[in-house]
Design a protein around this ligand. Structure first.
Ligand code: NDP
Length: 370
């Protein structure tokens, strides 16, 4: 162990935590923790994997102990940055051998969307719990196969829905459950950004499985479900494409979709790769409203309701997510909003229906519980 490096890492991590988490840090003074720790290997050392790794340095209940990567130079960098032993490093060819490694409990799959299905199934078959990034898969059929594989291997499957732990979001959910907004009538979810590099995998149908809807629109869709507190029963959708060079067939630029819910609420959502500054949720009920803007970015999340500003703690989403996921996997904790494969499968069923609605122009009936 390189104690100086470890010390510097801890100092840096604490400094970051103090900068980003003023209210969180003050509200939660350092407590010694001697409970179970989830030992995690990250697969896919890209942009989001790097963010998760950095955030995990402030975790008590989860620890980054391994990597799976196709890029040897990244493995070397991560080894020295995070003190990862050689025996916990794998590439995509060797990683099935992780089954013989008792020092890794879970694999966090953070590769491009189309690879989630094979990667999750292989991790499950190696007997490891799996955390998978959103969207869990390219479609509901793949999602169901991943759930089945994890069940068969008797491992847990969780999906990186970081907003399900975010304090402003949870406060609105608490208020809605307490009836403070009255009967819920309407939700609006706006999610988008202007995509850059035309050569990235997000614009490649084979690797992304679609376009903005798979990547960012899924936040509005998933958000509609946890903000309203019900699952939709129908969906309609329309696509607009202004740039046919950047957005090839099968890669959506902008999709608007509408959903109906059993209690009578309707949702109107926009998903786009062609506009910046779109990160807003609005929930309206008979007695009040709630607004989040930004609603799903890395933070700080800001919210208000008809009663005034929300003043919840500001957290690093990925740190909190990994603390909570450790407790879910190792201690059977029940989250307020589920983050398991079944939850993600519901989103994939709606995504399938949105693409079908775009293609056919029809209103598609949904039965998410089946
Ligand atoms: P990046 O392109 O930055 O990283 C993906 C990594 O996957 C690569 O660096 C590479 O790592 C590995 N990889 C393996 N095979 C391929 C391949 N054929 N092409 C490209 N990369 C490959 O993507 P992101 O980190 O932004 O996204 C990864 C996943 O995380 C996506 O599913 C995305 O939706 C999700 N995500 C979730 C976010 C959230 O807030 N929850 C935010 C951003 C992304 P290596 O070289 O180590 O093999």
């Amino acid at each position: 162990m390189n104690s100086r490096r470890d010390f510097l890492q801890k100092i840096t991590a604490s400094a970051i935590a103090l900068t980003i988490l003023p209210r969180y840090s003050m509200a939660m003074p350092e407590q010694p923790y001697d409970g179970p720790v989830l030992r995690v290997a990250i697969m896919g050392l890209g942009s989001y994997g790097s963010r998760v790794a950095e955030a995990m340095q402030s975790c008590k209940k989860a620890k980054l102990v391994g990597v799976i990567s196709g890029t040897p130079s990244k493995i070397k960098d991560w080894q020295s940055k995070y003190s990862i032993p050689e025996k916990n490093c794998y590439n995509y060819e060797t990683f099935d051998k992780i089954k013989d490694n008792p020092d890794i409990d879970a694999v966090y799959v953070i590769t491009p969307n189309a690879l989630h299905h094979p990667h999750v199934i292989r991790a499950a078959q190696a007997g490891k719990h799996v955390i998978c990034e959103k969207p869990m898969a390219l479609n509901a059929k793949e999602g169901q196969e991943m759930i089945n594989a994890c069940k068969k291997a008797n491992v847990k499957l969780l999906v990186g829905y970081r907003m399900h732990f975010e304090p402003h979001t949870l406060e609105i959910i608490r208020m809605r459950k307490a009836g403070e907004f009255g009967k819920i009538l309407f939700f609006q979810g706006l999610c988008g950004f202007k995509i850059g590099d035309p050569n990235q995998w997000r614009l490649n149908k084979q690797l992304a499985g679609g376009g903005s809807l798979m990547d960012i629109g899924i936040y509005a869709l998933n958000g509609s479900r946890y903000m309203i507190g019900e699952d939709p029963i129908w969906v309609t959708a329309q696509e607009t494409k202004t740039d046919h060079n950047l957005f090839k067939p099968g890669v959506d630029e902008t999709i608007q979709f509408q959903m109906g819910f059993p209690g009578g609420a309707v949702a109107s959502c926009l998903s786009t790769y062609n506009m910046n500054n779109l990160d807003r949720f609005f929930l309206n009920g008979e007695k009040g409203f709630a607004e989040l803007q930004p609603s799903t970015g890395y933070g700080p999340i800001k919210g208000r309701t008809n009663k005034g500003e929300l003043n919840q703690p500001i957290v690093v989403h990925q740190t909190l997510q990994m603390e909570e996921m450790s407790a879910i996997i190792l201690q059977g904790k029940q989250p307020v909003v589920p983050v398991d494969g079944e939850e993600a499968l519901k989103d994939l069923k709606v995504i399938d229906a949105i693409y079908e609605a775009v293609k056919s122009g029809n209103k598609i009936t949904l039965k998410l519980a089946e």
